[in-house]
Write a protein that binds this ligand. Structure first.
Ligand code: SF4
Length: 221
């Protein structure tokens, strides 16, 4: 992966005004988190309030749950690549339309995949899975199964925000399902790149790690 090409993409992302979402009162497009040389890519939906503040995906309550789930299967956030289908926060946290997702991802996510060249992609939730497999793709029916997208193995699983809405028996069951999905994705990525380091000795504190990005974003905004 060329650092120059990544920097050029980040520059074009931060200047993007390609759809109406840039006018919805957010601080601008949110970038990625983690390691752009990682073979394992996680694709979520779109930024919420904390993500818009920091300019980084999945750093709020859903991100904390994601970090715990990654740690349980021997991964840390600084050694995987995490991004979203939609880069700008929709007004009042509304659910972005499929068309908005498609438009943004066709410009930016496709470029990220080309630059990062992941060996495995995990779709976190319906919006991400439907970008790859169309409007009728169901997370409930397909969670934990492997699909191919341009020769890259892709697996859908639940978005951490879904787990945060569960309680009781459903929560326990969904957490185990996500654990086994992440475990399978980690194993596949490790098989593809056995020498890659997937875990730091301790879980990084993302809010500290990305404090500089937040500061620059606040100045710009
Ligand atoms: S949502 Fe995507 S396409 Fe729309 S302005 Fe933001 S970065 Fe550009």
């Amino acid at each position: 992966m060329s650092e120059e090409k990544m920097a050029a993409w980040l520059k074009s992302l931060s200047a993007c005004t390609d759809c109406e979402l840039h006018q919805e009162g957010n601080l601008g497009p949110v970038q990625f988190s983690g390691d752009s040389s990682s073979p394992l890519m996680f694709v979520g939906e779109g930024p919420g309030g904390v993500e818009d503040e920091y300019g980084v995906p999945l750093v709020g309550p859903s991100g904390k749950l994601l970090d715990k789930a990654l740690w349980s299967v021997g991964l840390t956030r600084d050694h995987v690549y995490v991004t979203n289908i939609i880069k700008c926060r929709p007004k009042n946290n509304r659910t972005p339309t499929l068309e908005e997702g498609k438009r943004c991802a066709n410009i930016h996510l496709v470029k990220e995949i080309e630059l990062v060249q992941p060996k495995v992609i995990v779709c976190l939730g319906k919006v991400a899975f439907q970008y790859f497999y169309g409007r009728t793709a169901s997370i409930m029916r397909n969670r934990g199964k492997w699909f191919q997208w341009h020769d890259i193995p892709v697996m859908p699983t639940y978005h951490p925000a879904f787990l945060l809405r569960q309680t009781g028996h459903e929560l326990v069951e969904s957490k185990w399902q996500v654990y086994y999905d992440f475990k399978a994705a980690a194993e596949k990525a490790k098989e593809a790149m056995p020498d890659f380091i997937f875990k730091s000795p301790e879980q990084p504190d993302l809010l500290t790690l990305y404090a500089d990005v937040k500061e620059q974003r606040q100045k710009k905004g």
